[in-house]
Write a protein that binds this ligand. Structure first.
Ligand code: GLC
Length: 673
């Protein structure tokens, strides 16, 4: 710290001001040439490195999208994913990855939801923290984004998000708080939008009072690209680097100094943080092997694919079929990533084709027929009643096995736009309705970055899998799962609904009001279960798990939860045990349940393991806007454990008694049966 302040004192004002904006190459900070301190180079895109000129012949490796990462529910795997992303950065000579993006999925329409983790702040925070720790473990930087309440793309540059303090804290900041406190991200990126009428990039309450003051964040805050409207206001609010380069920064900062908007101390405080950031950037030397990186991507897609429905048709028993039809262009060229700044440029050669991988699992005597002139990238432009129907149905026999690959497309799920509709295109839906109406063995594989609403075809499909934008190795993962080489263990990181919840979206008069408060995602759908297609946390396995022996013991301010989970099936499998807390007696409205713990365990057939959770004060607290702090109220709570938010297996009711209304110190926990 001493040599930093000495260095600050030795810099001239012009050199200091230069550090407050980006490098002319647009994807880097400035360095300090007079002291031989290099810039920090940056790259999008969270699920790999976005670069037009990769050092790899086959381009940078494309990993599964963030929604898929989150559907693994596997902390250790997210850490190793972070390490793999760091290796991609080092290989491409990038010092920092501009991710992870952890904005909460308020509406399934947000075009960037594929880039974000979840509708639940606990799941998003826990997993993104592991990703950040993994990336930074190899000396590569991260940028936690977009801080904050950037939950739609429509009018993102200027819209003001109007939300109450409790909603902001409990739903939209909680994941950021977890990652900042658990993983210390190198940088935080402020978002485009306004929050309660003040731009995020010049919002002192968020950048300084909360992020730095309450959470103790002492890293660098960078702006989203072109998100700064007044560098003086932004520096005063706590922002450090305006990205990308502001060619006029010398004049604008001098004016801000002359007008008393900022002082030289404000500049020195930012410069000190930036210098430490520059000096601490230290990507390690690594052995890079693209094949190993491809396998690291496959390890994620293996565990992120969710088996949503299975009417005794999976895993595929090839002895039952003479012919397997593989329908849809996405079986040959899968949709591996969404659009915008997160899109990884990967060569087709590097992408595992589901069709080719499926063929490898089929014995010679089975005819594997590829049908590509229905459901392709032009589907959305083709009239629903199409000529291909008769040909396809002529080719598809009632008792064949037919696997249909559908996708939402990367130009529909992308940065800078929101989704105009949540179904597949009308042509695809029409085809699925016809096919599932007249063929017995139809498996539907969905490639999307977020929730899809079905159109009648779902009732007759015998199996449905959510493949996500599964990255370059997703094709081999889906084939391994379809034929049972891998037992699926993915769990939905967001609700798949039959009906979209009515919220104020996209807003009006340059404002969007979050007046639904905490009623988003499963917190909303628990109040409207009839509108759920597949629940948050849902995902089937080829084996079954039995939950037993739930106990809750209390020590001080921690509730120790224990239970046993047994694999009662014939195959090894991974189960994610989810723990939800419900405040049964509350003076404020609270969700029916909130995720406060999860553990993914691997069990051999017949094997039983004990699973433990330690619940601290925050697991029971809500944000008390009067006391301006997280606060636990006396009364009964329900602790539920299960295989999804709607598949609760065991419950235990506990009572929290408080002697003093205002401190946690005197809480005594007692348990009622
Ligand atoms: C974009 C995105 C941000 C990205 C940055 C650099 O506008 O909002 O996520 O990292 O600019 O491309």
């Amino acid at each position: 710290m001493k040599n930093i302040s000495k260095l600050v004192s030795r810099l001239g004002l012009e050199e200091k001001i230069n550090l407050l904006t980006g490098h002319p190459t647009l994807m880097a900070s400035n360095g300090v040439p007079s002291n031989g301190i290099p810039p920090v180079t940056m790259a999008d895109a969270t699920m790999g490195v976005r670069t037009q000129n990769s050092v790899n012949l086959d381009g940078a490796v494309c990993f599964p999208c963030a929604a898929a990462m989150a559907s693994t529910w596997n902390r250790e795997l997210l850490f190793s994913l972070g390490e793999a992303i760091a290796k991609e950065c080092i290989n491409e000579s990038k010092d920092l990855i501009l991710g992870p993006g952890i904005n909460i999925k308020r509406t399934p329409r947000c075009g960037r939801n594929f880039e974000y983790f979840s509708e639940d702040p606990y799941l998003a925070g826990e997993l993104a923290a592991e990703y950040v720790k993994g990336v930074q473990s190899l000396g590569v930087g991260t940028s936690l984004k977009h801080f904050a309440l950037n939950n739609q793309e429509m009018n993102r540059d200027y819209i003001s998000v109007e939300a109450d303090e409790r909603t902001i804290r409990e739903i939209y900041l909680a994941a950021f708080e977890t990652v900042v406190k658990k993983a210390f991200p190198t940088t935080v990126m402020s978002s485009y939008n306004k929050i309660n009428s003040v731009y995020a990039s010049e919002n002192k309450y968020f950048l300084t009072d909360i992020l730095r003051g309450e959470w103790g964040y002492d890293g660098v805050i960078i702006s989203d690209w072109d998100a700064v409207h007044n560098i003086g206001y932004s520096i005063k609010a706590g922002l450090d680097i305006q990205m990308p380069i502001n060619q006029n920064i010398q004049k604008e900062v001098q004016e801000a100094l002359e007008n008393g908007i900022i002082t030289e101390d404000d500049i020195d405080a930012s410069v000190a943080r930036i210098l430490r950031f520059l000096l601490e950037s230290n990507p390690q030397k690594i052995e890079y092997n693209r094949k190993n990186q491809h396998m690291a991507a496959k390890a994620i897609s293996d565990e992120s694919i969710c088996l949503l429905k299975n009417e005794n048709i999976l895993p595929i028993d090839t002895s039952k079929y003479k012919k397997i039809n593989i329908v849809g262009e996405y079986a040959m060229t899968p949709c591996v990533c969404g659009g915008g700044s997160a899109q990884v440029e990967v060569s087709k050669k590097a992408i595992d084709s589901p069709f080719e991988c499926i063929k490898k699992h089929c014995p010679e005597e089975i005819e594997v027929c590829y049908i590509d002139d229905v459901i392709n990238k032009d589907s959305h432009r083709t009239a629903p009643l199409f000529s291909g129907r008769s040909r396809v149905l002529h080719n598809v026999k009632k008792d064949d096995l037919t696997i249909v690959f559908c996708a939402t497309q990367d130009y529909l799920e992308s940065e800078a736009i929101d989704r105009a509709y949540l179904t597949f295109d009308a042509y695809t839906d029409e085809f699925l309705r016809i096919l599932t109406g007249c063929c017995d063995n139809v498996i539907v594989v969905m490639q999307s970055g977020g929730a899809v609403i079905p159109c009648q075809w779902h009732k007759n499909a015998r199996a449905i899998l959510q493949m996500w934008f599964a990255g370059e190795a997703g094709g081999s993962s889906i084939a391994d799962i379809l034929f049972g080489c891998i037992n699926p263990s993915g769990k939905l990181s967001e609700t798949f609904m039959l009906k979209e919840n009515e919220i104020n979206y996209p807003g009006e008069m340059r404002c969007v009001s979050y007046d639904e408060k905490w009623r988003i995602g499963y917190r909303y759908y628990d109040l409207h279960p009839e509108e759920i297609w597949f629940a948050f946390g849902h995902g089937l396995s080829y084996t079954d798990f039995e939950y037993s022996g739930l106990t809750v013991e209390v020590e001080g301010e921690t509730a120790h939860v224990r239970l046993k989970v047994k694999n009662i099936g014939k195959r090894a499998g991974k189960e994610t045990v989810q723990l939800y807390v419900h405040d049964l007696e509350s003076s404020v409205s609270r969700p029916q349940k909130e995720l406060k713990g999860f553990k993914k365990i691997n069990l051999l057939p017949g094997e039983e393991k004990e699973v433990r959770f330690e619940l601290g004060q925050r697991a029971f607290a809500f944000y008390n806007v009067t006391l301006k702090k997280w606060y636990v109220e006396s009364g009964d709570f329900l602790i539920s454990v299960g295989s999804s938010s709607r598949d609760i297996r065991l419950k235990k009711r506990i009572t929290i008694q408080k002697n003093d209304e205002y401190t946690m110190k005197n809480y005594t926990f007692s348990i009622i049966g």
